[in-house]
Design a protein around this ligand. Structure first.
Ligand code: FAD
Ligand code: DLZ
Ligand code: SF4
Length: 509
């Protein structure tokens, strides 16, 4: 019987992947390929490319040991066709296969390419998620607002995680109000588990250095897990050492502590090394054993079965044009400071510096430092989206675009966020230690040295007044603005305009 090709993509490194489940090991051929089309659609951080290639090579080796016929193409193979579809056609000719099985990719771009490939391609559901597309569509149907909180409750009921019959454990669905402590002086967690590169990783690092050394981001040191076993060890390390404090300090930021009590496992989950449900079950077990408080366990589980699933639901519900949305009409170019250009703003400079070093920033750094600044400054959301997609290790469009375009930039008009995530410097000062030692003064509202977030915050509210004045959650903001005397308001706007001009002309701000 003629074999079929089983395509396994770089973020599908899961033994139970639907395409592998439906294939026949005795006759079908697994295709995996490192290709320029995937490495080049944005200028990925070198650490991200290295993680994906190293984990792909090891996953391919495991499949081979399990008896699969795996045809693996390395990036520098002379026969490399340069694209996923090109590689499928080459392998089809080589094996005589006439059909392809693939689990649905996490990006419209690639789905479209596979749908139109000149070889019969069966796209199977990606069942590594808790909610299928159909379930999300059913949940969304007829609702005026698609609030994550209600979807999350459905997911709690469905999984039974932290449930006592049909009631949430602890008597409440959400303990978020306990999860807003400012940054602690001392962090008693030394960061995520690190792994020494083995031969396979070293070989990939040499390739990535040679091919992608010019991309934004430091390749070394490279300490990530590249197998399921290592990723599971990293998860256990997080659960025992950091999870108990995860909730308390979830929103805190420190200039010299890049990970605080965060898990740093999103990339492992997103490429398939960790199963999201299994991760949550381990967390629930730690709660049941009395090792972690409810605010930590609930807060963590909500991020995964709530936010993560919800973001995916929105991406596929909204369709391929989602990353292009721009309801606020923002059109300023992304300033060079996002790529490490000089800036006096310590919060931004530190967030970008750690992004360059680690391909990682935690949620509040992404949302309330870089994201907040881009939104206040009116940067074109597509450019913001392309930046996030490139620079973070965990960035795949299905999860990155809703977080950036929707949650962070409000460019979807409020499908995800009920109000824009904007703040002045006061919030950043409360939640971090960035403002100490900044060239700007966070307490200064106007004049030489005033924190740019203080100026831009009012500029944003003022320029979008028509859109947001009726938003009940923003009433206080507008009342405060309206109480300011006219002269002060004019000064704020004029100074904000000056700042934006400097940003546009490339002056250091
Ligand atoms: P923790 O803080 O320890 O949280 C635990 C887990 O919860 C994460 O590993 C992740 O799987 C999940 N999670 C938490 N928040 C979210 C969220 N908002 N959406 C989806 N999953 C979530 N996450 C990505 O996985 N890929 C992205 O490309 C991405 N882009 C983002 C862009 C912006 C502008 C913002 C504001 C957030 C983005 N996030 C993205 C969400 C979040 O910032 C990361 O998931 C988180 O920082 C990963 O670090 P961690 O593993 O230490 O997470
Ligand atoms: C992100 C990425 C990169 C950098 N390289 C590859 C690759 O060479 N081969 C591959 O199969 N996948 C790669 N990926 C992941 C894909 O881009 C990802 O599968 C799609 O964006 C869909 O989520
Ligand atoms: Fe950022 Fe303003 Fe604080 Fe400086 S003073 S670190 S610019 S918030």
């Amino acid at each position: 019987m003629v074999s079929r090709l089983v395509l396994v993509l770089g973020d599908q490194l899961t033994a139970g992947l639907s395409a592998l489940q439906q294939a026949d090991r005795s006759r079908d051929v697994v295709v995996m390929a490192e290709v320029a089309e995937e490495t080049d659609y944005v200028q990925h951080h070198p650490k991200k490319i290295a993680l994906i290639f190293a984990a792909m090579r090891k996953f391919a080796a495991t499949l081979g040991e399990e008896g699969w016929d795996v045809r693996y193409t390395q990036l520098d193979d002379s026969q490399n066709a340069g694209s996923i579809v090109g590689e499928l056609l080459r392998r089809a000719e080589e094996t005589g296969a006439a059909e392809v099985l693939v689990t649905e990719p996490g990006e419209w771009r690639l789905i479209e390419k596979l749908k139109h490939a000149p070889i019969k391609t069966h796209i199977l559901q990606d069942d590594r998620f808790i909610a299928s597309h159909q379930e999300f569509e059913r949940w969304a149907e007829g609702r005026k607002q698609l609030r994550m909180e209600y979807f999350y409750r459905e997911m709690r009921r469905k999984t039974g995680l932290l449930m006592d019959g049909d009631k949430p454990v602890g008597g409440k669905w959400n303990f978020d109000h306990e999860n807003r402590k400012p940054a602690p002086d001392d962090v008693g967690f030394g960061g995520p588990m690190q792994f020494t590169p083995d031969e396979v990783v070293e070989e990939v690092l040499a390739l990535v250095e040679a091919r992608f050394g010019a991309h934004f981001g430091d390749l070394h040191p490279f300490w990530f897990a590249t197998t399921q076993g290592e990723a599971r060890r990293a998860l256990s390390h997080f659960i025992s050492k950091a999870l108990p404090k995860f909730g308390d300090y979830q929103d805190a930021m420190l200039a010299d502590n890049r990970f605080l009590y965060h898990a740093v496992i999103s990339a492992y989950i997103n490429i398939g090394l960790l199963d999201p449900l299994e991760v949550c079950e381990k967390v629930a077990e730690a709660y049941d054993a009395g090792d972690v408080p409810i605010n930590a366990a609930e807060g963590f589980i909500r991020q995964i079965i709530g936010w993560r699933e919800y973001m995916r639901g929105i991406y596929f519900l909204e369709g391929p044009d989602y990353p292009d949305r721009n309801v606020l009409g923002h059109d300023r170019d992304l300033p060079a400071l996002f790529w490490g250009g000089e800036t006096q703003m310590r919060c931004l400079s530190k967030a970008v510096e750690q992004t360059r070093a680690e391909a990682y920033a935690h949620h509040i750094q992404r949302l309330m430092i870089t994201g907040n600044f881009a939104l206040l400054a009116g940067i074109d959301p597509y450019q913001v989206h392309a930046w996030y997609l490139a620079v973070y290790m965990d960035a795949f469009e299905w999860v990155e675009a809703p977080n950036t375009v929707g949650m962070s930039q409000f460019a979807d008009g409020g499908i995800i966020a009920s109000k824009p995530y904007v703040s002045s410097g006061a919030y950043i000062n409360r939640m971090s230690d960035y403002c100490k030692g900044c060239a700007y003064s966070v307490s200064q509202k106007t004049g030489e040295g005033a924190c740019p977030f203080n100026l831009l915050y009012w500029h944003f509210l003022n320029r979008h007044r028509d859109r947001f004045k009726g938003n009940a959650r923003m009433g206080n903001m507008y009342r405060t603005w309206d109480r300011m005397d006219d002269c002060k308001r004019e000064t704020v706007i004029a100074e904000a305009e000056d700042f934006l001009k400097k940003l546009e002309t490339g002056e250091t701000v």
